[in-house]
Design a binder for this molecule. Sequence first.
Ligand code: ES4
Ligand code: ZN
Length: 324
Amino acid sequence: MALPLITLPLVELHLHIEGTLEPELIFDLAARNEVTLPWASLDELRAQYEFADLSSFLDLYYRNLDVVRQRVDFADLTRAYLKRAAAGGVRHAEIFFDPQAHTSRGIPLAIALGGVHDALANSVAEFGLSTKLIVTFLRDRPASEALEILQQILAGDVSIDGIGLDSAEVGYPPSLFIEVFSLARANGLHLVAHAGEEGPPAYVWEALDLLQVERVDHGIRSLEDDALVERLVADRIPLTVCPLSNVRLRVIDTLADHPLLGMLERGLLVTINSDDPAYFGGYVDDNVAALTAEFALDAAQLALLARNGIEASFLAAAEKAVLN
Ligand code: ES4
Ligand code: ZN
C-alpha cells in the first residue's frame, strides 16, 4: 500500500520557547505589562526580522523578551507554542528554555521556570502533546553563572530533563562548560549542545568528547570533517537540524543549498526542527513542507525523518513504540 504523501512531524527536538514569541504576543504582553515598545506597529516590528547572522538575530530575540515578565506571561508564551505545534502534528516536544535570558534582566528564576512548567504540566491533557524540558545555558555568559543556576534548579521543585548550550557560538567552546555538564550528568540529566552552527567542527568534537552530549543541535558544519561524520554515524548521534533557521541566519544562502540530502546519504541521524519559529518563518511542519517542496522529498524520506525524530528523542522505548 502506498504511504501517505505527507508524513506530518511527530516530534520536535530543537525549539527555543523564547523563539516562539510571536509579534502579536509581543504587543499583547507589552499592553498587559505597560511596557512601551520601540515599534509603533506590528509591521514596524516585523521589518526588524532580517538577520545578517546569529548575533544580529540574538540581539532582537533577547530584546523582545523585555515584555515577558510575569509567571502567567511565561505560561501564555508556552501554551501558544504547544497549541500551534499540536495543530502542526507534533505529538512530543523537547523544549529549550534559557533561564539567563530572564534572570539577567531581573526576572526571578522561579517565575520564569514556573510559568513554563505551568503550561507544560497541562500539555498532554490540553493538546495531546508530551514534553520534556531542557534548560539551555548561554555560552557567551560565564560558566560560573550557569553552574549556579543549575544548582538552584537541582535544589528547586521544578524537575527538568536535560541541559544544553546555546547563544553566540564562536569564541565560546564547549570546553568552558565541562563542570556544568559533569554536574548535570551526575544528576541523571540528558545532555545536548548547540555546536557546528556557526562554530567549527572542533566544537562538535568537544561537545562529544568533553561534555558527552547525546545529541548535537545544528551540527551542520560537521560535514567539513569526514572523521567527525564517521564518528556521528558510528555512534548514532542525532543532529537536530533547522533548515529555515539556517537560511534566515545565513548559515546557507538558500534552502536549495541545504545539505539535508547529503547528510541523509552519509547515514547521519538527522531530525527536522524549527529552532525559533516566530523569527525564522515557520514551525516544524512549515520546515518539513519547505523541504518537501524544495527537494521533492518522497514518502519514504519523510517517514525516515519522522522515525529519526522519534529515535533521537529522550522518550523511553515503550513511549517511542507508541509514536512509531
Ligand atoms: C538560537 Cl538559532 C540559535 N542558535 C544559538 N542560540 C540560540 N538561542 C536561540 N536560538
Ligand atoms: Zn537553536
